[in-house]
Design a protein around this ligand. Structure first.
Ligand code: KG4
Ligand code: ZN
Length: 436
């Protein structure tokens, strides 16, 4: 089954085409035929965060070129598509809020239509369409203006090509993408190297109950699952998401948006230099940050207080140093704060994960979402699981950790296999869509 994946929930526009077979188990096989992504990070970085309407405009600009790139990577011939003149009015209606996308899409279809052919084919009632069985599109959670662009794009393609749509929850995408493995147990790799791209992947075997710790820029959730599509949210953040906290603290330390990965790199540098000098140990003890909700009975999180605590430290340090702001000193300060912050976040994530493991007799732990690219957090969770006699957590490869279309196509495949199609005209973006 060939699935076209579309992702526009935040600041990445992504389109891919996958080929998958089998069930959510050992007979599953998966291949990426084409994959393309456009990150808007550089555009949003100058504002220090994502602007929904700017993201929307960028998605509208990016989607057709990404689709063309994906189809050409997949070696799909573009000269058999149907004539769209019959759909022009409906298309205009669907893309009324994305005029630029509408124009590009019309161009795309007229470029790829062989007029003489399509007229004949339409006359005999045959509709030409590419070999795609379903379109999988993210409908939430995320930024609604951004989600709508992907949804309307999917509706337009679905109309012209007569291909059904499956609606995908972005967090389910983060979850399933952590399970892809090749025969040798290596995680999925996106690569320009076509040899790797055409590799076949399977799913990591799962022993239930499964616990997914989903940590991203917008979400922090502990999810219990006993089979595919069956989810129970055990705990979630009450304020900022982990990635959001990373990004806000990174900003306080003068790092560019999104900052999570750079903050973590600073923390790692601090740990290394700590091994070499005892001075930094003393410095850290002044800057102990809180471990929010660590001893709380629930499985919920709260990270907003950490950012405020860091802000106070930065302010205090600023006034203390106002007469002598030595550059290397400042770097040392930022390194120590980064380390203390990452330690605090990790301690809470590990403790809550293990509490859930304990309470629910969990056998498999998955860590997914953008923050699962964080090596320190992953290794601490792995250590805690090992102590409890459990296997290492299943995590996505670096490329699949942050937003992409492959995870959406993959989650969409299992929905399409169940014929879980939606009426394109009933599709809606839901910024707060829940897994359960
Ligand atoms: O899943 P994702 O790409 O987007 C959302 O769905 O939100 O996650 C992006 C988040 C950003 O907050 C980013 O700073 C964070 O993931 N992130 C990291 C690391 N890599 C990405 N946070 C901490 N350490 C990292 N290595
Ligand atoms: Zn995400």
């Amino acid at each position: 089954m060939r699935i076209l994946g579309i992702e526009t929930s935040c600041d990445e526009s992504a389109v891919c085409l996958i080929d998958a077979e089998g069930s959510f188990g050992s007979d599953f096989q998966f291949k990426v035929l084409g994959n393309s992504l456009n990150s808007q990070i550089a555009i949003h970085a100058q504002y220090g965060g994502v602007f929904p309407n700017l993201a929307k405009r960028e998605h509208a600009k990016n989607l057709v070129p990404l689709l063309e790139q994906t189809l050409s990577e997949a070696g799909m011939s573009l000269d058999t598509y149907t004539d769209i003149s019959a759909y022009a009015d409906k298309l205009r209606e669907i893309l009324a809020r994305e005029p630029e996308l509408y124009t590009q899409l019309l161009d795309f279809f007229s470029k790829n239509t062989k007029r003489e052919h399509s007229n004949i084919l339409q006359n005999v009632g045959m509709l030409q369409k590419p070999e795609i069985d379903a379109i999988a599109v993210t409908v939430g959670p995320g930024l609604e203006p951004a989600l709508w662009v992907g949804i309307n794009f999917a509706r337009a393609l679905s109309l012209v090509w007569n291909i059904p749509i499956v609606a995908v929850n972005h967090m389910e995408g983060h979850f399933v993408s952590a399970l892809l493995r090749d025969d040798e147990g290596f995680r999925f790799q996106v690569s320009g190297n076509s040899e790797i791209n055409t590799k076949t992947y399977n799913l990591e075997p799962i022993t239930y109950p499964l616990l997914a710790l989903l940590i991203s820029g917008g979400h922090t959730e502990l999810v219990l699952s006993s089979k595919l599509h069956d989810y129970k949210i055990l705990g979630a953040t009450r304020d900022d998401a982990v990635g959001e906290a990373f990004d806000k603290v990174a900003r306080l330390l003068g790092l560019p948006y999104p900052g999570g990965a750079e903050l973590s790199a600073l923390a790692e540098r601090a740990r290394k230099s700590h091994e070499m000098s005892s001075q930094s140990i003393e410095m850290t003890s002044h800057w102990m940050l809180p471990r929010p909700m660590l001893h709380d009975k629930t499985l919920d999180f709260s990270f907003a207080g950490l950012k405020t605590a860091v802000l106070r430290l930065v302010e205090a340090e600023g006034s203390r140093r106002s007469d002598l702001p030595g550059r290397s000193d400042l770097l040392e300060f930022r390194m120590q704060i980064a380390r203390e912050f990452e330690d605090a976040v990790t301690e809470v994530l590990v403790a809550k994960t293990m509490k859930a493991v304990d309470e629910y007799g969990v056998q498999t732990v998955v860590v997914g979402g953008g923050v699962s690219a964080n090596g320190f957090i992953k290794s601490r969770i792995a250590e805690a699981l090992e102590k409890a006699g459990l296997p290492r957590p299943l995590v996505p490869s670096r490329e699949l950790a942050t937003d992409n279309a492959i995870m959406i196509a993959l989650a969409g495949y299992f929905r399409a296999k169940n014929r879980d199609f939606v009426n394109p005209d009933m599709l809606k973006a839901n910024g707060n869509l829940k897994l359960a």
